[in-house]
Design a protein around this ligand. Structure first.
Ligand SMILES: O=C(CO)COP(=O)(O)O
Length: 137
């Protein structure tokens, strides 16, 4: 499965703890991330991560473009709900596209736990069936 990992600055330590805790599962999948999140995950866990631009410089939009091509199966996005982000429209657009394409999206660690355990049990296999369909209308 193709999984995107994104964390705002005050949530990056949580993301590192989360990926470390579930490294065994993450290591079986293709990981994508915004710039700084990806750099820190690679340094901390030694997992391989395809990195895009940093979020405020377009990284959320690059990940959004993958969703629009229905190429992502899960997005884990630890947002900071208490700090205004200069690129808030990009953040909203990314989450909107997850809903357009029914891509499972976790915006906090509680939901992320459920998703990642489900992934490990094979609960997301339906994604490999729907992923091939792209909508052009
Ligand atoms: O801002 C972000 C998501 O909106 C995250 O970007 P970075 O991973 O580059 O810090």
């Amino acid at each position: 499965m193709e999984i995107a990992l994104i964390a705002h600055d005050k949530k990056k330590d949580d993301m590192l703890r989360f990926v470390t805790a579930y490294k065994r599962i993450f290591s079986k999948h293709q990981l994508y991330a915004t710039g700084t999140t990806g750099k820190r995950i690679m340094e901390e866990t030694k997992l391989s991560v395809h990195r895009f631009q940093s979020g405020p410089y377009g990284g959320d939009q690059e990940i959004g473009a993958l969703i629009a091509k229905n190429k992502l199966d899960m997005v884990i996005f630890f947002r900071d709900p208490l700090t205004a982000q200069p690129h808030e429209p990009d953040v909203s657009a990314l989450m909107r596209l997850c809903d357009v394409y029914s891509v499972p999206l976790a915006t906090n660690m509680g939901t992320a736990e459920v998703l990642i355990r489900g992934l490990d049990k094979g609960d997301l296999e339906w994604r490999s069936i729907t992923r091939g369909e792209t909508k052009n209308e």
